[in-house]
Write a protein that binds this ligand. Structure first.
Ligand code: UP5
Ligand code: MG
Length: 210
């Protein structure tokens, strides 16, 4: 009886497993996350989608501020983003999470390390490496097709890429130094990209989990 209780309490303390999905604007993070969800049962949390959702709430305390950050390609202060991510993780009941588009600067990384890092197991960083030209075309086409995103225009895109180069790239390099980055060439068709992504997740699933 005692050992049974022990094993149940152990199960209750399941540690969430997290993959950060990073890459430039339009690199294909969201598209590939949908495939990963279908094939591997992860829960997809897009930091950008959560911020846009928060922004569109009529009484949101932070709505106007988030709106201005997103239009200008600037990165929202980490406490707002982390609170949204933590709430979704707690409510979901899932064990495996894809955190898409976060952490994207030093403030994000510090906030994550302060608030969440000890509570989860970071599996690896999935990095979509894609050229600026291709990413620009994709975001502009999405805007022209009526995405409704206030940042799918040339003016915002220039700022988003600037922020990516100056603030997000160093975060990817930080994880590269820890040998945690799995790089995928994002310049190809969605199916070709996913073929590589699939291999990465199959390999990870075959490894013993913490
Ligand atoms: N597409 C996708 N893959 C393709 C392929 N292989 N071939 C051809 N077309 C492909 O794809 C973009 C478009 O390309 C789509 O039309 C798709 O069909 C097509 P998508 O999968 O959406 O790419 P993704 O990398 O997700 O691009 P996204 O525009 O979402 O990237 P961002 O990182 O810029 O956007 P995000 O929503 O993460 O962030 C937006 C803003 O929110 C940030 O700029 C910032 O201001 C703010 N933010 C924060 O402040 N903090 C955060 O933590 C997160 C966001
Ligand atoms: Mg996205």
């Amino acid at each position: 009886m005692l050992s049974c209780t022990r094993s149940l309490s152990y199960l209750k303390k399941m540690i969430p497993k997290v993959v950060f999905v990073l890459g430039s604007p339009g690199a294909g993070k969201g598209t590939q996350c949908q495939n990963i969800v279908k094939h591997f049962g992860y829960k997809h949390l897009s930091a950008g989608d959560l911020l846009r959702e928060e922004m569109s709430k009529p009484n949101s305390e932070f709505g106007e501020m988030i709106d201005s950050y997103i239009k200008n390609g600037k990165i929202v202060p980490v406490d707002i983003t982390c609170s949204l991510l933590e709430r979704c993780m707690t409510q979901s009941g899932n064990e495996y999470f894809l955190i898409d588009g976060f952490p994207r600067n030093q403030d994000n990384l510090d906030g994550w390390n302060r608030r969440c890092n000890d509570k989860v197991k970071l599996q690896f960083i999935l990095f979509f490496d894609c050229s600026l030209e291709i990413c620009t075309d994709r975001c502009l086409s999405r805007g022209a097709a009526g995405s409704g995103r206030s940042d799918d225009n040339m003016e915002s895109l220039k700022k988003r890429f600037n922020t990516y180069q100056n603030e997000s790239k160093p975060i990817i390099e930080h994880y590269e130094q820890m040998d945690m980055v799995r790089r995928v060439d994002g310049n190809r068709s969605p199916d070709e990209v996913f073929a590589d992504v699939k291999k990465i997740f199959e390999k990870s699933m075959a490894e013993p989990q913490a």
